[in-house]
Design a protein. Structure first.
Lengths: 261, 254
């Protein structure tokens, strides 16, 4: 009984995917317009798009930019967020500025950043960096703030200095929360990647998607939507696996997924 | 206490002032040519001018209508589905895998499909905002409602509350802090997404203003809509904070 239930719960995301594709298929058959191909048709176009070496290189370029922007953002945001969480002064210093920047759509800075850095990799990576860093800072901040004081006192009593306490007590204690932030950041990175390429229109997955849209190649549009969507789901699932390994000891924490910018 | 508050406020204002000062310095020392980075005074002056301009106000209004429509639909759907999934196991079994698949999906990529289905007008943008704001609200409602202490439910039942009223009298109020947190995240997302959708394809709205200014290299006008959406986001966030304080009076500070 429990075994069957486990299998069902493992399979349920795939069933959900199949269900969504089925709904799409039926809706397309029902609407029956040229601009809305059936799911089957779009799925058949996916290998065509990925088989074209130029487009494949474009998509890989996008992923590379996303990886660089994401890693830089995480490397800088986690120490900043932890510092904000442990020091009221640092928090008071940065908080209002971050509150101002948070609702600004990062990809909307693209036209301005393009004026300064050109349409190349630098500006797109910078925009992804900006988009990812805010949620990571915020979650690291929340996580570090919630660390139990007693643990820090014990650490201090055992002779750890400030930096050691930060690395050996605050960082692990805040890790579940930080990883939630990183997961949000991952989704954001993907979205920012698509949007920045859509605005710069030079290369990348977003460029293929919106160019196909402009040229009314609807099969390619929907194939790209499937590819980008699958990328999001796969990256998220992979990250969740990683998170599970790193913070098995913590209870499964509230996982609010952002999806924007 | 109030002196301490003042210091905190001053500390917070400092980095914003520093950013403005650096911006001004870059302009006045000629490091950045004004065609690439207009001086802050000019930008804020233009913003003040534009606020008196009917066309600009129309654009802000268009953005706000889309934002509110999308956000409200997302709140209604998110809270409704979230509560239902937390209470009814059968709904949970259907909703959970769907959310697992749909939440990490980058919704902006769906926008071309939405344009094809709903046209270039309000509908496609409102749908995009709803899709993007829905999941944080739904997830936090679900977690809030499923963390409600069982003892509270038992006490209410023992005190004679009918079973069907438990949802509204016990579970929904107990999940309120979590729901409001989700709404706050959803609101920030709505601001961001409505702007992006208008940038991609639109004939009005703040995002459209930015794209138009970018095409004609009017750098001053490029900064104005960005600052406007940032201020709009801040104001709405403040409103939601006030609402939260009002609704959660009597709750322990969360």
């Amino acid at each position: 009984m429990t075994f069957a239930r486990r299998i069902i719960s493992k399979l349920s995301p795939f069933l959900a995917c199949l269900g969504l594709l089925a709904v799409w298929q039926l809706a397309a058959l029902w609407l029956d317009t040229e601009s809305f191909p059936t799911a089957w048709h779009a799925l058949r176009t996916v290998p065509q798009v990925l088989g074209d070496p130029e487009q494949l290189l474009n998509i890989l370029d996008s992923i590379r930019r996303m990886a660089i922007g994401f890693s830089l953002a995480v490397a800088i945001s986690i120490p900043l967020g932890l510092a904000m969480g442990r020091s009221a002064r640092v928090a008071a210093f940065f908080n209002p500025l971050l509150m101002m920047i948070y609702p600004v759509p990062k990809a909307a800075l693209m036209p301005i950043i393009m004026l300064w850095l050109g349409v190349g990799d630098a500006s797109k990576t910078l925009v992804i960096f900006l988009g990812v860093s805010l949620p990571v800072i915020y979650h690291a901040f929340q996580g570090a703030r919630a660390v139990e004081e007693k643990m820090l006192w014990s650490g201090a009593a055992m002779g750890l200095n400030g930096l050691q306490r930060m690395v050996r007590i605050v960082l692990p204690a805040a890790l579940p929360e930080i990883l939630t932030g990183c997961r949000t950041g991952l989704v954001l990175a993907l979205i920012t990647m698509v949007t920045s390429e859509m605005i710069a229109r030079q290369s990348g997955a977003g460029n293929i998607l919106f160019n196909a849209m402009d040229m009314a190649q609807y099969d390619t549009v929907f194939a790209m939507i499937i590819i980008i969507g699958a990328l999001g789901i796969v990256l998220d699932a992979a990250f969740d696996k990683l998170r599970w390994r790193l913070v098995k000891w913590a209870e499964p924490h509230q996982e609010i997924l952002l999806g924007a910018s | 206490m109030s002196a301490q508050r003042l210091t905190t406020a001053l500390m917070g204002a400092l980095p914003i002032l520093v950013v403005l000062a650096i911006w001004q310095m870059l302009c006045s020392f000629g490091t950045a040519p004004p065609s690439l980075l207009p001086p802050p005074g000019k930008v804020f002056l233009r913003l003040a001018q534009q606020l008196g301009n009917v066309g600009f106000l129309d654009d802000i209004l268009a953005t706000m209508i889309r934002l509110f429509a999308g956000f409200s639909i997302a709140v209604v759907l998110g809270v409704g589905i979230g509560l239902a999934a937390a209470v009814v196991p059968a709904i949970n079994a259907v909703v959970r895998p769907l959310v697992q698949v749909l939440a990490p999906l980058p919704k902006v990529a769906l926008y071309p499909a939405l344009i094809i289905l709903f046209g270039f007008d309000h509908a496609s943008k409102v749908t995009l905002v709803t899709l993007d704001a829905l999941f944080p609200i739904l997830l936090s409602t679900y977690y809030g409602a499923s963390m409600v202490e069982q003892k509270l439910v038992w006490s209410a039942l023992a005190a004679g509350t009918p079973r069907w009223q438990i949802l509204f009298k016990v579970i929904a109020p107990a999940a309120l802090p979590s729901i409001l947190t989700g709404c706050r995240i959803g609101l920030v997302i709505s601001c961001i997404v409505v702007f992006l959708a208008e940038m991609i394809s639109s004939t009005d709205g703040l995002g459209h203003l930015l794209v138009g200014a970018a095409r004609t290299f009017q750098t001053v006008d490029m900064f104005v809509p960005l600052i406007a959406i940032s201020l709009l986001g801040l104001a709405l966030n403040g409103l939601l904070y006030g609402l939260r304080k009002y609704l959660l009076r009597g709750f322990p500070e969360v």
